[in-house]
Design a protein around this ligand. Structure first.
Ligand code: SF4
Length: 280
C-alpha cells in the first residue's frame, strides 16, 4: 500500500478519516491495484463518490474526482459519461447511499446500461452518521435504529442490478482483495453497466453492536461465509444458509446507452464527430 499512496494519493490528503480496521481502505487498495496493473493514466479515469465513509475516498485519490451529494453519484456519473464518453468513469458508493436514497438512480442507470463501473462498499449500515440501519442490514442485526434487531428483510442489491439491466454483476469481500481487483478489471472490460458489491467490515458502527468489534473476526466471517458462485449454485438449499456467492454473478451483452444514443442521433442527422470535444 505505501507505494500506492505515493503514486495515487493527493499530496497532503492523509491522515484519512477511516476507523482502525475499517474495510474501506482495503477495497480502495484493490481499486488502485487494478488501475496500476492496467496502466491506466490518471487523466483517463474519473471517480465519482456519493456521501458516506466509502465515498470519502474520492477526496484522497489523485484522479479526476467529484464528491457529490447523497445518493446522487450515479446521476453525476451519467452526465460525465454522456459529455466525455472517452473517459473511464467509476462510481464509489456505500450501501445506504446506493440502495436507499440512490436506489432509483441505480435502477435507471442499470436499465440504460450506462457504461459505468460501480463499486458499492457494503458494510451493512450507515457508518458515517452513527450506524443506522440500511436496506442492506441483515435481518435481525442490531444497529443504532434497530436496537432489538432489524425486522426488515435485507435487499438483494446484486439481484436488483441484474433485474434492472446491468450487464456485469459481481460480488466480492474485503477479505478477497485480489478477487475484487480481478472483478474490477472484468467490469472495465464490459461495455455497459458494471456493478460490483464488495462486502466490507465496519467494526465501529456495525460490528460493535453485533458482538463483532474485532476487525479480524469480521474478515474471518467474510472468508467463511463466501463461496465461489459456481459452488454456491450447487448447494442444497439448507446448506446455503449463512453463505453468499462471490465472483461473477451475471454477465450479458447488450448495447450500452451511448451506442444507442449515437445511433439515434446519427439517424436524426446530428454531427457525432465533434461529440465530447467540449470547447477545445
Ligand atoms: Fe469504516 Fe465504519 Fe468507521 Fe465508517 S464508521 S470509517 S465504515 S469503520
Amino acid at each position: 500500500m505505501p507505494e500506492l499512496i505515493m503514486d495515487y494519493f493527493r499530496p497532503g490528503s492523509l491522515p484519512h478519516m477511516w476507523c482502525p480496521g475499517c474495510g474501506t481502505g482495503i477495497v480502495l487498495q484493490s481499486f488502485l491495484r487494478t488501475v496500476q496493473r492496467m496502466g491506466l493514466s490518471r487523466d483517463e479515469v474519473v471517480v465519482v463518490g456519493g456521501i458516506g465513509c466509502s465515498a470519502r475516498a474520492v477526496s484522497y485519490i489523485d484522479f479526476n474526482t467529484v464528491h457529490t451529494t447523497h445518493g446522487r453519484a450515479l446521476a453525476f456519473a451519467t452526465g460525465i459519461k454522456l459529455a466525455r464518453p472517452d473517459l473511464l468513469v467509476f462510481v464509489l458508493m456505500g450501501d445506504g447511499d446506493a440502495s436507499a436514497i440512490g436506489g432509483n438512480h441505480l435502477i435507471h442507470a442499470a436499465r440504460r446500461n450506462m457504461d459505468l463501473n460501480v463499486l458499492v462498499i457494503n458494510n451493512s449500515v450507515y457508518g458515517m452518521t452513527g450506524g443506522q440501519c440500511s436496506p442492506l442490514t441483515p435481518a435481525g442485526s442490531k444497529t443504532a435504529t434497530s436496537p432489538y434487531g432489524s425486522m426488515e428483510r435485507q435487499l438483494n442489491l446484486t439481484g436488483l442490478a441484474e433485474a434492472a439491466g446491468a450487464t456485469f454483476v459481481a460480488r466480492s469481500t474485503a477479505y478477497h482483495s485480489r478477487l475484487t481487483s480481478d472483478l474490477i478489471e472484468q467490469g472495465i472490460a464490459n461495455k455497459g453497466f458494471s456493478f460490483i458489491e464488495v462486502i466490507s467490515q465496519c467494526p465501529t458502527g456495525f460490528g460493535r453492536k453485533n458482538k463483532m468489534a474485532d476487525p479480524a473476526a469480521m474478515l474471518q466471517w467474510q472468508k467463511q461465509s463466501a463461496l465461489p458462485a459456481e459452488k454456491f449454485i450447487d448447494l442444497p438449499p439448507g446448506d446455503a444458509k449463512g453463505k453468499f456467492p462471490i465472483g461473477v454473478l451475471y454477465k450479458n451483452q447488450a448495447p450500452d446507452f451511448m451506442e444507442m444514443y449515437l445511433g439515434m442521433s446519427s439517424r436524426a442527422g446530428c454531427d457525432n464527430d465533434n461529440r465530447g470535444k467540449g470547447n477545445e
